[in-house]
Design a protein around this ligand. Structure first.
Ligand code: ZN
Ligand code: ZN
Length: 342
């Protein structure tokens, strides 16, 4: 009930009509989507670290089952030993021994999503300064059919291309980014959808866009749109689907096999005038400070330097991924002000 209410008020905040109630299941899905980021933020660092470990162990098990020994070994090695620069209460920097760069690896996914944020946030800010545009987060879905992941992804990307050729789209959108997210419905059919950060030239009624998407897909009208108030937060939300394109804990061996066949599929891209803008963009010295300030600061830190958060001296710890998890738990359970290194 609360979720439906939230979704409706978000739509109304954008001045659009109430969501159509004709097909309740996809809407419920979208409503969950909107509230999920808020739930995720509530999880502690140790909980998220534990989930990453479990996801990884699950992937390793699947890879071994498929006789993908090399992949399993790489995943096991990735982030297994860590050099942690800490004051005992805060972590200034973590350097992993090895990164596997496998697309479904949750640790490498986090790194990749941070890189994308560092790269695109200055460009988005620059683009918004140059053009009078409003960023919106748009979710485009398609009907579920009996098809494989590749066919499902191609179908929705082709629909996006058709949408972008339409006069409506050109009139109202100046460009943006897209990313793919894959889930499955309860019948095991692919539910592939697109998350778009669109730079809107001017306001339009969401029902117009719904009709345009129906024309582009032939049979899908389920979309969701909300205005992005804070572009850094909006970008963070969208690149999350790049780092975590699907729910791996519900993944079976067949899913992994299918995914391994998708090696070169693009999951993120830019379009329209924003795409051209990115090609010619030269970052200034100040660009990206907000995202990477802590990271660039941390790069210069060594043992004995003052912790950026509390000024206590930093020291180096060599930890395994399990030990890092317990270290997080120690920090979280320590009373405020007390150093928890034991
Ligand atoms: Zn990795
Ligand atoms: Zn500190």
């Amino acid at each position: 009930m609360n979720q439906l209410h939230l979704s409706t008020s978000l739509s109304l905040a954008d001045g659009s009509r109430r969501l159509s109630q004709s097909s309740p299941s996809p809407h419920t899905y979208l409503d969950n989507r909107v509230t999920k980021p808020q739930r995720e933020n509530k999880r502690t660092r140790s909980q998220r670290a534990r989930e990453r470990l479990q996801t990884k162990q699950h992937l390793v098990g699947l890879a071994r089952g498929l006789h993908e020994g090399e992949l399993a070994d790489k995943l096991e090695r990735c982030h297994s030993r860590l050099s942690v620069l800490t004051c005992g209460r805060h972590i200034a920097r973590i350097i992993p021994n090895f990164t596997c760069e496998f697309r479904l690896c949750p640790d490498c996914g986090r790194r990749r999503s941070r890189k994308l944020q560092n790269k695109y946030l200055p460009m988005m800010r620059g683009f918004m300064l140059h053009h009078k545009v409003t960023p919106v987060h748009l979710v485009l879905t398609q009907t579920h059919r009996k098809e494989n992941r590749k066919q499902s992804a191609k179908r929705i990307k082709d629909s996006l291309t058709r949408l972008q050729r339409r006069g409506f789209w050109k009139e109202y959108f100046k460009g943006g980014t897209w990313s793919l997210e894959f889930t499955k419905d309860k019948n095991g059919l692919h539910h592939t959808h697109l998350h778009i950060i669109g730079f809107r030239r001017k306001f339009f009624d969401i029902e117009l866009l719904r009709g345009e998407w129906l024309a582009a897909t032939g049979d899908s009208h389920v979309i969701h749109l909300k205005k992005i108030e804070d572009i850094a937060a909006g970008l963070r939300e969208v690149v999350k689907y790049v780092s975590k394109p699907l729910d791996i804990r519900r993944f079976g061996a067949d899913d992994l096999k299918e995914f391994l066949g998708l090696k070169n599929m693009r999951m993120f891209g830019t379009f329209g005038e924003f795409r051209d803008f990115c090609k010619s963009f030269v970052p200034s010295d100040n660009d990206g400070d907000e995202v990477s300030e802590l990271e660039s600061l941390a790069r210069d830190l060594t043992e004995g330097c003052a912790c950026p958060k509390c000024a206590a001296p930093l020291f180096d710890l060599r930890l395994s991924s399990d030990e890092l998890l317990r270290f997080y738990e120690g920090i979280e359970s320590a009373p405020p002000g007390k150093v928890g290194t034991s």
